[in-house]
Ligand binder design. Structure first.
Ligand SMILES: Nc1ncnc2c1ncn2[C@@H]1O[C@H](COP(=O)(O)OP(=O)(O)OP(=O)(O)O)[C@@H](O)[C@H]1O
Length: 457
């Protein structure tokens, strides 16, 4: 019978000595929570997952997120930091017998050494019913602590018994800012990285690798490794990583933005100004430039949604729907096809009639409030206190009556909703707002001439 205590955890785990030929990304796999880049929303101070790990209070977890964002890594760090064994299986490749074998090993370790096992299953969305039936009772009994990983939304793609027994955490693409320190650590780490080599890395080369990796840490490290290993040394033996080398390694041209870092914002600003200026061709050019440069499409989608309200606004409220739909369509289809709904929304917004009146109106109202000009809610609008106030002030309650607009002809009755007059919203005359203006002019006219309320219907 094999000695179960000789069984080694599968795959490289944090803390293992460096092995020849092991890829950089694997060597650099974080060993502690502190080394994990990004994921602040679940691992930040006081966040749920961090607290669960620190208190060692978790049973089953499912990590869901894009490739190379740390799902496997996080599972192995959790095993290490909770003093558990780490066993890994793959939802597609592992058959029922292999799952049983891992569970048997886990039982033995638990019974003889009192050690818990984290059973990590990658691609959990590919798990079938037979595999799941073997695992479920052992999750319930606590034979293993289960951690699943998937790039697919678990609520749609993972068997519901597993989902209902697990806490689900979504991992996010790692931002460029969070990727830069990972690359720097790989360049300087003596033990696991290239710290023992003489490498001169131009900052724009490293920035390019970080930016072009689409938030995938494995991709960033693999490209860095390729760049280092394929660049011939200089006469003095050092390796010079230039932007051209980085471009070659990640096979996407560097941002065509100008040298200064503000170019990113300048281009986004030119994009929005072109939409505001009703020039669809210019807007499309700036959109193309941002996409080609590897700008985060979510950033572009956010700008479109803001512009839909800020610049088109009430002249065509459908613009906001189109912009939101483009954002959702991008999330649904991803890139490169996501460029099409983004272009669709760009042209719609650029050619739509323009109005900034909603934007101007909320700014004016906010400026008023921020100046400390607070107004009390008129008594007739204070439903609960109306009766009491009327009694206390000796006023006829009828005079303080709130008028229910639907009870009146045309669904309107002049009535004060502020204790003193204010006009923040000045309707424009473009597009559909012309109709709004006509109606509001009429209502405001009625209100300014308002005598005692006409009879209710
Ligand atoms: N958040 C992170 N912080 C630091 N390094 C990371 C992070 N995510 C990934 N890495 C690096 O990328 C390598 C691959 O990461 P990992 O296997 O954890 O990704 P994954 O999310 O499980 O990806 P996949 O869905 O492709 O299996 C790791 O060895 C590590 O070097």
């Amino acid at each position: 019978m094999p000695d179960l205590f000789d069984v080694q955890p599968s795959g490289p785990v944090p803390g293992e000595p460096r092995r020849d030929g092991e890829p950089l990304a694997s060597r650099m796999r974080p060993r502690t929570l502190q080394e994990i880049a990004g994921q602040h929303h679940i691992l930040g101070e006081g966040k749920l997952l961090r607290r669960a790990i620190e208190a060692d209070r978790f049973t089953s977890l499912i990590f869901y997120g894009p490739p190379g964002t740390g799902k496997t890594t996080l599972a192995s760090v959790i095993a290490r930091s909770t003093g558990s064994r780490f066993e890994a299986l793959n939802g597609v490749e592992s058959n029922v017998a292999e799952i049983r074998a891992k569970i048997d090993q886990a039982k033995t370790w638990r019974d003889l050494r009192n050690e818990t096992t984290v059973l990590f299953i990658d691609e959990i969305h590919r798990f079938n019913k037979a595999q799941q039936d073997v695992l479920l009772p052992h999750i319930e009994r606590g034979t293993v602590r289960f951690i699943g990983a998937t790039t697919h939304n678990p609520y749609f793609y993972v068997n519901s018994p597993l989902v209902s027994r697990s806490q689900i955490f979504q991992l996010e693409s790692v931002s460029t800012e969070d990727l830069l320190p990972v690359l720097h650590r790989a360049l300087t780490d003596q033990e696991r990285g290239f710290g023992g080599m003489s490498i001169i890395a131009d900052p724009e080369a490293i920035h390019h690798l970080a930016l072009m990796s689409d938030g995938d840490v494995r991709k960033a490290l693999t490209s860095l490794e390729l760049a280092v290993l394929t660049t011939p040394p200089e006469a003095d033996g050092s390796i010079h990583l230039t932007l051209a080398v980085a471009e070659e390694s990640i096979q996407r041209k560097a941002i065509v933005y100008d040298a200064d870092g503000d170019a990113h914002y300048d281009t986004a600003s030119a994009f929005i100004k072109s939409i505001r200026g009703s020039d669809p061709d210019a807007a499309l050019y700036w959109l193309a430039k941002m996409l080609h440069a590897g700008e985060d499409p979510r950033f572009i989608a956010r700008r479109l949604v803001i512009s839909a309200s800020e610049d088109i606004g009430l002249a065509d409220s459908n613009a906001l729907r189109v912009a939101m739909a483009a954002q959702q369509a991008y999330e649904f289809v991803g890139m490169p096809e996501g460029r099409i709904p983004l272009a669709h929304a760009t042209v719609y917004l650029a050619t739509a009639p323009k109005s900034n009146t909603a934007y101007a109106a909320i700014n004016a109202a906010l400026a008023d409030v921020e100046k400390g000009r607070t107004l009390a809610v008129p008594e007739h609008l204070r439903t609960k206190t109306r009766k009491k106030l009327a009694a206390a002030s000796g006023t006829d309650e009828e005079k303080m009556r709130y008028l229910y607009a639907h009870d009146y002809e045309g669904g309107y009755i002049p009535q004060a909703y502020l204790p003193e007059g204010r006009i923040y919203y000045h309707p424009g005359e473009n597009g559909l707002e012309k109709r709004i203006k006509e109606r509001l002019d009429y209502l405001r006219e009625l209100a300014s001439n308002s005598a005692p309320p006409p009879a209710s219907k």
